[in-house]
Ligand binder design. Sequence first.
Ligand code: FE2
Length: 370
Amino acid sequence: MSDEFRIPPTVVTGWRCLEELGRLAAPLGRKALLVTGSRAMKKTGLANRTLGLLKAAGLETEMFDRVEREPDVTTADEARAFAHEVGAEVVIGLGGGSALDLGKVVAGLYNETAATTRFFTEQKVETMGLPFVAVPTTSGTGSEAGINGVICDRARKIKASIRDGRFMPMAAVVDPELTVPCPAEVTATAGLDALTQAIESYISIHATPLTEALSIRAALDLATSVERAFREPENQVARTRASYGSLMAGMALGNARLGVIHGIVHPLGVRYDIPHGLACGVLLPVALGYNRSACGTKYAVLSSIFGGDAAEFTRGLLERMKLPADFKSFGVRAKDFEVIAEESMPSGSLKANPRKVTKEDVVEMLRKVC
Ligand SMILES: [Fe+2]
């Protein structure tokens, strides 16, 4: 039996390391496509700063700036067409998980012709796409370190990963300074996503010593930084630790997979438009309680990292960051529990959970938080 461990070939970290982007992107192509969301990037001037850095390195850059929160396959199709129109040779994703995932899919499917939605199920990726460089501006999904591109098809009520080994970013540029303008609520929910990913990858049935090392350090960094970054957005130490935490959790999950929470939050989120990180955070105490008996000593390790019972710590974190402890405000209907549970079942995340999960177990977990 063998385990494969994959991470991006180049990872650059450090305050203001965005300055390295041109040097990293230039050897990958002369014509770049910058994929980003519009509002936040324009407000902070980051898109212009990035265009300037690429220009200084000799790249000609076109921008696709219509990435929405939790991007839809229709946006992916549009961006893929635009990449061909401009003759892109390298794709750069700049933003939160949404921009990174969309950019990754645009790059990865560049030489494919089928519509994006077909890659959820029936269509396999058969070609090598364009090189992709990821520049995260939140500490959350860890998309900069892995091969998953999470996309929605709202018309078909699907939210799932399109993934292929060839989707791995050629470089990740993880500059914590870019997360400073992140609004407090986004800092909190993105941080909870990262923390959930650190925990789920740690207790996953596919965890290895390599991934566990990353998961544990990620859990420690996130547990000590997310709340601080939420309260003190300009705190350099907190922002740096949160950036490392989400990066390492991303590296771990890409190799060890996740667990029941990530199995549930996709069908739940796409139906009720619940932000991904918040959905993860709300389910975290319940799922930790559910998994406790199947974690062996890992539950105790997590509790020692958090300085108290792991489930209680995550519950307290939600409260201290003024986030709801349940989904009541989203109006999740009891009659939907069954179908959400049904749709969770095929998820690879759910299958990696340390304790076997049945449809009834998912319904029971939902009952506790809805
Ligand atoms: Fe996540």
